[in-house]
Design a protein around this ligand. Structure first.
Ligand SMILES: Cc1cc2nc3c(=O)[nH]c(=O)nc-3n(C[C@H](O)[C@H](O)[C@H](O)COP(=O)(O)OP(=O)(O)OC[C@H]3O[C@@H](n4cnc5c(N)ncnc54)[C@H](O)[C@@H]3O)c2cc1C
Length: 340
């Protein structure tokens, strides 16, 4: 008889209860220890120096507010300063891109043009496939490429090293690297990802690039890796002045006075918390995916993750006594426009 294989534990169980348990376990480490240790990447299964909450925060299964409130109950603002700053980076990048939507559009156009170059150039195709499959022979990089595909997560410092090696050592188009991340990260986010890659490439902050160095990688991976042959210089890949911010539409601060339907989606599975008790909510619709005209989430793992989070959100709303909760895919949501 064949021995039963032990299934691998799921790294990011798609449930709010699991996210809350992870937050509670991390909070004691969110103070000075986080500030001192957060740049270390000790490797899969050993990362209690960072929260590993990003897939939950990205889809707002946990809100930034509740994460920081939990941290502030155990730490002073001074002790938790670094962690607070990192959570605010996400919010800052979101706002930055929201006020400059043309930067996202430009990324999509550049990515599509680079995908067409891939079709035409067998050399480029082979080089990108080699990097994505983890067959470059570069110490560290190959493991990180495989880890990204298998786990849907990379440590922040590792994302910086990976992007830098992709751009400056392998000299591959940055937009295809950003696309590789989008297709595999469970926390894939247009703002944090695009602007993180632009920052490494020297497009986001004029004149500034990020160069991955072997001694830094060796130090912060606990001597697991010391890659040879990395680029020793990182020139910005182009000069570009970021566009000025466009004014935002004022957000609705309260729900309508008449009965309404709440539509929730994977950008914010906590939207119902903005609705005060007693408001005229008739039904809650939780969409399990993106619109076919605007494919989202970008990768298969994130798609399954978001669909499971949608089901979990609907269960929670049902348990909380919300009326008429439905999970639906985006096509159904589209057709509802005509039936309601
Ligand atoms: C090239 C590149 C691409 C990235 N792509 C994404 C992405 O698609 N989605 C995403 O959520 N983050 C992205 N990041 C930011 C960061 O790497 C991840 O948020 C972080 O690694 C998540 O791990 P954690 O939850 O353990 O982080 P922690 O160190 O525990 O940080 C706590 C939280 O703060 C936020 N945060 C931390 N660092 C950053 C940062 N540099 N920028 C924005 N928010 C941050 C996240 O919500 C994170 O969960 C990217 C960074 C780089 C350099």
């Amino acid at each position: 008889m064949r021995a039963r294989e032990n299934p691998q534990p799921i790294l990011f169980p798609p449930e709010r209860s699991e996210a809350l348990a992870r937050l509670a376990a991390f909070v004691p480490n969110a103070g000075r220890r986080y500030a001192a240790e957060r740049n270390r990447d000790p490797g899969p299964g050993l990362r209690d120096n960072v929260s590993m909450l990003s897939p939950y925060i990205r889809h707002r299964v946990l809100t930034e507010h509740e994460v920081l409130a939990s941290v502030m109950r155990q730490h002073s603002p001074q002790a938790a300063e670094k962690f607070i700053q990192e959570v605010f980076w996400r919010t800052y990048w979101k706002g930055w891109l929201q006020m400059r939507p043309q930067v996202w559009q430009a990324f999509l156009e550049e990515r599509d043009a680079d995908r067409e170059r891939l079709e035409r150039s067998s050399d480029l195709r082979a080089a990108v496939a080699c990097a994505e499959d983890g067959r470059t022979g570069i110490d560290g990089f190959d493991d990180w490429a495989r880890e990204l595909v298998q786990m849907g997560y990379l440590h922040n410092h590792t994302r910086m090293w990976f992007a830098s090696i992709w751009i400056f050592t392998l000299r591959l188009p940055w937009s295809l690297g950003a696309d590789f991340f989008l297709r595999h990260l469970l926390d894939a986010d247009p703002a944090s990802n695009t602007l993180g890659w632009r920052w490494v490439a020297g497009i986001q902050t004029p004149g500034k690039t990020y160069l991955a160095r072997p001694d830094n990688i060796e130090q912060y991976t606990g001597t697991r890796y010391r890659p040879k042959g990395l680029a020793s210089r990182a020139q910005p890949i182009r000069n570009e002045t970021p566009p000025p911010p466009a004014p935002l539409q004022p957000a609705a601060t309260r729900p309508p006075d008449r009965p309404f339907i709440l539509l929730m989606h994977g950008d914010d599975f906590s939207a119902h918390e903005l609705i005060p008790p007693g408001a005229g909510i008739r039904a809650a619709l939780v969409t399990a995916g993106g619109h076919p005209d605007h494919p989202w989430p970008f990768g298969q793992c994130a798609t399954r993750f978001v669909a499971s989070l949608a089901a979990d959100t609907a269960d929670r709303l049902n348990r909380d006594g919300s009326p008429n909760v439905h999970v639906l895919d985006a096509l159904q949501a589209d057709s509802l426009r005509w039936h309601c």
